[in-house]
Design a binder for this molecule. Structure first.
Ligand code: GUN
Length: 294
């Protein structure tokens, strides 16, 4: 069994991007810029946003945080997005989700300039992904694709079973893996909460991707020997032995399932850290395209 080390892989990718950013800066005198828009005080969002900004700074990108009060109107937020759509200093725009209930998330995402949609959430980016055109790929599934590539895990003709059908992970990863291209070309099954017996599907998986948000949903009896496990879940469970009183676990019962697997991502330290590396990758791509420089 081999652990897929997302923390290490993410650090390697960010180092590669840092070198590229330095070279591009020498060439053009410009650096990629990412603006992060955070509305309200959601504690989890604040943690995510801080690590995104820290990554930008370490890489040498230009980063700005727009921290807005939860009471901002939809109209004002749309105006701000539009301002950054036209600001040449910023090549990527990230609106942290969720937004307060009085704001229509779809409207805000659709307002983002497609060339700056580094989260890959715009319906046109998603549509291009589905039909196999070059586009921004949303960062968590893109990170999974990169892990499979860097660990040389064959996907062609393999049966990938995705558990979960979210717009952020389940649907996009299924669409990435089914493409007829290098690093994909898999046979993909997507299953979800309406499946009467999940294990009928999961037992057939050569590669199992769990993205549901239910602690330890996938147990040893649900997988076959040699399976590759990609665990996207991040769940808090009580742990009295920990100072904080809780610990983070995935959707997979790691200790037992790992005995049967050929590769497995841990939680934390697996898929999670890859999201930021791919956000940086997308921001660099946006810069290269908008500035017409490689
Ligand atoms: N909220 C949770 N994950 C994400 C993400 O990847 N991007 C954005 N914009 N919001 C999120």
């Amino acid at each position: 069994m081999q652990i897929i080390d997302g923390k290490k892989t993410s650090a390697e990718i960010r180092e590669e991007i840092k070198v590229k950013v330095e070279k591009l800066k020498e060439k053009s005198g410009k650096v990629p810029g990412l603006v992060t828009i955070l509305v309200g005080e959601d504690p989890a969002s604040q943690v995510y946003v801080n690590s995104k900004i820290k990554a930008c700074v370490e890489i040498g990108m230009h980063s700005k945080l727009e921290k807005l009060d939860a009471s901002i109107s939809e109209e004002e937020l749309l105006r701000l997005v539009n301002q950054y759509n036209n600001d040449p200093l910023f090549h990527g725009i990230l609106v942290q989700l969720p937004l307060p209930k009085h704001i229509d998330e779809d409207k805000v995402i659709e307002a983002i300039n497609l060339n700056k949609d580094v989260d890959g959430f715009h319906p046109s980016s998603v549509g291009k992904l589905v039909i196999g055109k070059d586009t921004f790929k949303s960062c968590t599934p893109f990170g999974i694709m990169e892990l499979l590539k860097r660990y040389k895990i064959e996907t062609k003709g393999k049966h990938v079973v995705v558990v979960g059908r979210s717009n952020i992970v389940g649907k996009p990863i299924a669409n990435m893996l089914v493409q007829k291209e290098e690093g994909a070309n898999a046979v993909v099954t997507v299953c979800h909460s309406a499946a009467p017996d999940l294990s009928i599907f999961t037992k057939q998986a050569d590669i199992l991707i769990a993205a549901v948000g239910r602690a330890h949903l996938i147990t040893k009896d649900m997988v076959k020997d040699g399976v590759v496990i990609i665990d996207v879940g991040i769940n808090r469970i009580d742990a009295r032995e920990k100072k904080k009183g809780y610990k983070l676990v995935g959707d997979v019962d790691f200790d037992n399932v790992s005995e049967k697997s050929s590769f497995i991502t841990p939680v934390p330290g697996g898929v999670g850290p890859m999201t930021i590396a791919m956000l940086m990758t997308n921001t660099l791509k946006a810069f290269s395209k908008l500035e017409n420089i490689n």
